[in-house]
Design a protein around this ligand. Structure first.
Ligand SMILES: [Zn+2]
Length: 120
């Protein structure tokens, strides 16, 4: 399952960032996923529940933000979001273009944590 390996790498990198905040608990992880990343959100959520078990991320929420596919049209010299991933055409003039500027992302946008209480 493609999603499970993606989630595992997310958990790894979040755990790594958490090293600076001992005892901190993760509340929420926000992801930016391009429409072309071929990720199914339900599957991602399911895998997240499994992969975070026994980690500082256990019980945290995964928020997935899907980014539209943006192509660059050399005729209009503008970037535009395409209406469907089935059709890579400029939304302005309809010219076919494969110059993808956004849509393949798969990255952590933000991590919300609750820091351990000092002196508690
Ligand atoms: Zn165009």
């Amino acid at each position: 399952m493609h999603e499970l390996s993606l989630v595992s790498s997310i958990v790894d990198s979040v755990t790594e960032s958490l090293a600076r905040y001992p005892g901190a608990r993760v509340i929420e992880v926000r992801l930016r996923v391009g429409a072309l990343a071929a990720v199914i959100e339900d599957s991602l959520q399911f895998c997240y529940g499994i992969a975070t078990e026994g980690t500082p991320l256990a019980g945290s929420a995964l928020v997935v933000k899907t980014l539209p596919v943006v192509v660059h049209c050399s005729r209009c010299n503008v970037d535009g979001a395409i209406e469907s991933v089935q059709s890579f055409r400029c939304p302005h003039c309809g010219e076919l273009t494969m110059d993808v500027r956004q849509g393949r992302e798969m990255e952590i946008e933000a991590i919300e944590i609750e820091e351990a209480e000092v002196g508690g």
